[in-house]
Design a protein. Structure first.
Length: 293
């Protein structure tokens, strides 16, 4: 692998949805998530990280160093055991007295093997009865909730289907009614952070890992299309690269340089071109470079 990253980063992601549900809320009948006070749409950080994990898993196919720890149908304990098996450890009998550094070996192995642990961190304390577990690490990459640029309109669309659920129902009707929840159109903004300090001290997140992260963000919806989510695309990725490990300016000052607003002559936004995304390049602080992908 390449060297551990040495620069701090902040980044802004713009993505949109057309006639789809970007992130259903199970507490509201799976309707699109919304801030009830403002009406702005919300997509959780967990949802975005899932898309990134899915892309990496698709591209790397569980190759060495790029396995995914949090994945569908694979219990966490199953992945944890790979570290114990690698070192030939019986988790029920191991003792720190025998090997004082074994906990660090286990943790470092998990960071080396699993891309999402190396990126986002993980809590790997799942062996309740064991004398030793895989520990926990704080990842260098963090992503916040995405929020729509304007308030969203949730639409409930009634549909009919010819696939009847039971044989009894099929004797008395030819169709059934169903519902879909969609947003006609919305542009979302998410903000993220990459800490070179945590990469060096904690997980060993490398320059190659960083490039894979950018690719995953840009393509996180390309292999994840579904009828429920409609048409979703990443429209812009704006990256701020600091010249140092700890950064040269507060992150909020950089985020404030990026703005998105509906164009004045557009009454209702229904496509990405109805918005204008701007970066105040004239006021970027010294020691920070802006990269637009």
């Amino acid at each position: 692998m390449s060297e551990v990253i040495k620069n701090r980063y902040e980044f802004v992601i713009f993505f949109d949805v057309e006639n789809g549900n970007p992130n259903g809320d199970p507490d509201a009948g799976n309707m699109p998530r919304i801030d009830p006070e403002t009406g702005y749409g919300i997509v959780t950080d967990v949802c975005l990280k899932r898309k990134i994990r899915n892309y990496v898993e698709t591209v790397k196919e569980d190759s060495n160093g790029y396995k995914i720890y949090i994945k569908e149908a694979v219990p966490l304990n199953t992945s944890d055991k790979t570290a114990y098996e690698y070192y030939g450890i019986d988790e029920k009998k191991v003792s720190k007295k025998d090997d004082p550094g074994i906990d660090k070996k286990i943790r470092d192995f998990m960071c080396k093997e699993f891309y999402d642990i190396r990126t986002f961190g993980a809590v790997m304390t799942t062996f309740v009865k064991a004398a030793l577990n895989c520990g926990q690490v704080r990842g260098p990459v963090q992503i916040g909730f995405a929020r729509s640029i304007d308030p969203i309109i949730q639409q409930e669309v009634t549909i009919t289907r010819v696939a009847i659920t039971t044989e009894t129902d099929a004797l008395r009707k030819d169709t059934e009614m169903g519902r879909k929840y969609i947003i006609p159109y919305a542009l979302y903004r998410a903000e993220g952070f990459v800490s070179a300090n945590l990469a060096r001290k904690s997980t060993g997140f490398t320059e190659d890992d960083l490039e894979l992260l950018w690719k995953a963000i840009l393509n996180m919806f390309e292999n994840d299309h579904s009828a429920a989510r409609g048409k979703m695309n990443v429209r812009d990725l704006i990256i701020f690269r600091h010249d140092s490990e700890l950064g040269n300016t507060p992150s909020h000052q950089l985020f404030d340089l990026v703005s998105a607003a509906k164009k004045e002559d557009v009454p209702v936004a229904r496509k990405y071109k109805d918005y204008e995304v701007k970066i105040d390049l004239d006021n970027i602080p010294g020691g920070v470079n802006c990269i637009r992908k």
